[in-house]
Each structure stands twice: as structure tokens, then as C-alpha cells.
Design a protein around this ligand. Structure first.
Ligand SMILES: *Cc1c(COP(=O)(O)O)cnc(C)c1O
Length: 369
């Protein structure tokens, strides 16, 4: 039983990952307690924002930081900060940015949908996304020659969703931005290293709180002080629709502390063991083939990939298998990014006690039917 089954919803076996459609992640008692205490007193929100920013920066090594309601809000508010440049009247009329410099350059292979399109998130902050190059190939010239007097920033999307081949590197894009006196922004929403990209010279980096950190629903921007100050001001304008609560912020801070104390090597080893178990047991099911694969963005995330055994041709396709998994009770939710290629992936990270056994049982039932 859970609070969700109590209100009549199905139990969910999350085999997908930190995905918004399933509620991203679950937080620890320590984080829940911080959120509870945070929600039970008043505080001057402006002061909390500033202090939380200082505390976040200790974990990122940046000059300043600002908490947000999620990574999408971080991207929208950062865009708004660049468009309005700290001018009060410009800030107050956003997202209308007519006549202002408002273009954000990104590589075409980075124009992703992470559950919502990244260009939409940029437009939300008054920005105009300028996608350069082709989906599979971008040259430094594509970026360089797109820069004009309306350009306000260059954005790099570090994600497994992004096209990995043929793109211009972080370092090259950073250098192009800096030669032109432009800020270099990174969307690192799902990344697990909170220092790396600041150390690499990104001016601001956007992170999600509920993904790697497993915090309350939240996010943050970290980077140059002048930019962060402008980001924080946006809460008096378009940021109001992206309000971050005191309880979310306190949960985020607890999650950052907890993250430093977690044994990440042991977590990866435990996840790999779950994947190995799944691969072995799925391979024992007639008609299925499983293998261990690593995350496309090179993170230390391993998953079990399942396809049909080419030697036997079932009377149904992988869409059917996936629909059966999602339609049952409990719901079994696999990653379906490669469903069009006849593959589904099982992510061990969010799986609880007994989940992997249940997945194997359901797969065998579907294959026998
Ligand atoms: C998840 C994700 C986002 C959005 O993060 P939220 O915290 O859910 O708003 C943005 N960009 C990338 C690359 C993501 O993976």
C-alpha cells in the first residue's frame, strides 16, 4: 500500500529512471524531514534564496547560485536574466522581448525534447532559440557565423537525449562564446557532477534537484555572480509562475549534503548487480534477448536492454509487450526511447525490493500468451 494506492491509483514499478512522468525520484527520510521543518516555519524568502544560493555554491564551486522549481525553470529564468539584463522595465514585460537582444544559439542535435521541448523553455524566458547546423553534424562555423548583435548566449545541452556524434565540443563552444564576449550556458539537468562544468569554464549551469540528487521537486542555477543576481530578480516577473517553495529549497539543501555522503561506487555496483541478474533471467525467457548497456551520455548508469530473439518471430511486436507492461497492475514502466527499434530498457536505479523478479515474471507471462 502507498498513499497513491489509497486514493485508487495503481502501484508503479519504475524501471525507467528519473522521469517526470513517474514523479522523477523518491526522497529519503532526511530530505522529507528537512522539507517538513522548512514548511512549518516562516522565513524571508529573498534571504532564504540568497542563503540557499551560498550553500549550493559550496557544492558546485561557483561564485553564486539560485534555487529554482526545476531545471526547466532554471533555463527559462536564466534566459530571462540575459534578455532583461537586470533592467526593471524589461524584466516586467517578459516574456515579451520584442526589440531586445534575445537570441540563444544551440546546436541542432541539442534541440531535444526531455518531456517538453527545450526551445519552448527558452521562449518561456523571452528568448528566441537559434538552432544551428544539422541534426547529425554541426561545425564551429555554424555557431560562429550565427552570432550577431541580437545574440545573448550560447547553450550546450549535456544529455543522453542529445545527439552524441558530430556535435561541437563543450570546450570549443565555450571558447567561441568567450571570444565574442557572450555567456556560455549549460543544461546539465540530469548530470551527476555538480562541479565539473563550472570548472570547465561554463558561466552558468542548470541542474535538476529531483534527478541525480533525489531531492524534493526543485532545481538550481549555479555560476557567475552577476548572472545569478539577475536570475533571482526574475522571481518578481515571469519567475512567479515558477515559484519554488521554502520546503522545496530545504529539501534540496538536505539532498546536496546527503549526496556528498552517499557511497556512489557502492550504488553503481548494486545497480550493475541488478542489471546482471535481469540480463541472465530475461535471457532464460523463450523468445527474448537481453544485454547490459551503458548510458548514451557516458554516465555511470547501466541498464538491461531487451529485444526479441532474432531466431524466433513472435506474433506481436515490442509495442505490444510494452503496452502490456504499462497496462497491467502494478504498472511496469520500462524506458521506451528505442521502442521504434524493437528495444525496451530496464533501469535498475529506481527499482525497489522484488521489482526485478516481478518484471521477469510479467515478461514471461506476456511471451507465453
Ligand atoms: C530533465 C531534463 C530537463 C528538465 O528538468 P526538470 O527539472 O524536470 O525541469 C532539462 N534538460 C534536460 C537535458 C533534462 O534531462
Amino acid at each position: 500500500m502507498s498513499i497513491y494506492t489509497e486514493i485508487g491509483l495503481k502501484r508503479v514499478v519504475n524501471a525507467s529512471g528519473r522521469v517526470t512522468v513517474l514523479g522523477v525520484s523518491t526522497f529519503s527520510d532526511r530530505i522529507a524531514e528537512a522539507a517538513r521543518e522548512g514548511g512549518q516555519s516562516y522565513v524571508v524568502i529573498e534571504d532564504l534564496m540568497t542563503r540557499a544560493g551560498e550553500l549550493i555554491s559550496k557544492h558546485t564551486g561557483a561564485e553564486a547560485s539560485c534555487p529554482t522549481s526545476c531545471a526547466s525553470a532554471a533555463i527559462a529564468l536564466t534566459t530571462a536574466a540575459f534578455v532583461s539584463r537586470g533592467r526593471y522595465t524589461d524584466m516586467m514585460r517578459l516574456p515579451d522581448s520584442m526589440g531586445l537582444a534575445n537570441q540563444i544559439v544551440l546546436q541542432k542535435g541539442h534541440s531535444i525534447n526531455y518531456g517538453a521541448p527545450i526551445p519552448t523553455t527558452i521562449r518561456l524566458g523571452g528568448g528566441v532559440p537559434v538552432e544551428v547546423g544539422q541534426a547529425n553534424e554541426v561545425h564551429p562555423e555554424d555557431i560562429e557565423e550565427s552570432i550577431n548583435e541580437k545574440t545573448i548566449a550560447l547553450l550546450y545541452v549535456k544529455s543522453h537525449h542529445s545527439v552524441q556524434k558530430g556535435m561541437v565540443s563543450i570546450e570549443t563552444m565555450r571558447d567561441i562564446a568567450h571570444v565574442h564576449g557572450l555567456p556560455f550556458v549549460m543544461d546539465c539537468a540530469a548530470e551527476e557532477d555538480f562541479r565539473k562544468y563550472i570548472a570547465l569554464g561554463a558561466d552558468v549551469v542548470c541542474y535538476s534537484g529531483a534527478k541525480a540528487l533525489e531531492a524534493t521537486t526543485s532545481g538550481f542555477v549555479t555560476g557567475r555572480r552577476d548572472i545569478i543576481q539577475n536570475v533571482q530578480k526574475q522571481y518578481h516577473g515571469i519567475g512567479r509562475a515558477m515559484k519554488v517553495g521554502k520546503e522545496q529549497i530545504m529539501g534540496l539543501l538536505a539532498a546536496l549534503d546527503q549526496y556528498d555522503e552517499r557511497d556512489h561506487k557502492a550504488e553503481v555496483a548494486a545497480n550493475v548487480a541488478k542489471v546482471d541478474w535481469l540480463v541472465e533471467h530475461v535471457n532464460a525467457i523463450d523468445g527474448l534477448r537481453a544485454e547490459k548497456i551503458q548510458d548514451e551520455a557516458g554516465r555511470a548508469i547501466f541498464r538491461c536492454r531487451v529485444a526479441f530473439d532474432p531466431a524466433c518471430a513472435p506474433a506481436f511486436d515490442m509495442e505490444h509487450v510494452n503496452a502490456q507492461l504499462r497496462g497491467g497492475d502494478p504498472v511496469v514502466w520500462a524506458r521506451a526511447e528505442f521502442l521504434n527499434l524493437g528495444k525496451i530498457d530496464f533501469d535498475p536505479r529506481p527499482m525497489g525490493e522484488g521489482d526485478k523478479e516481478l518484471i521477469v515474471k510479467r515478461l514471461s507471462e506476456i511471451m507465453e500468451a
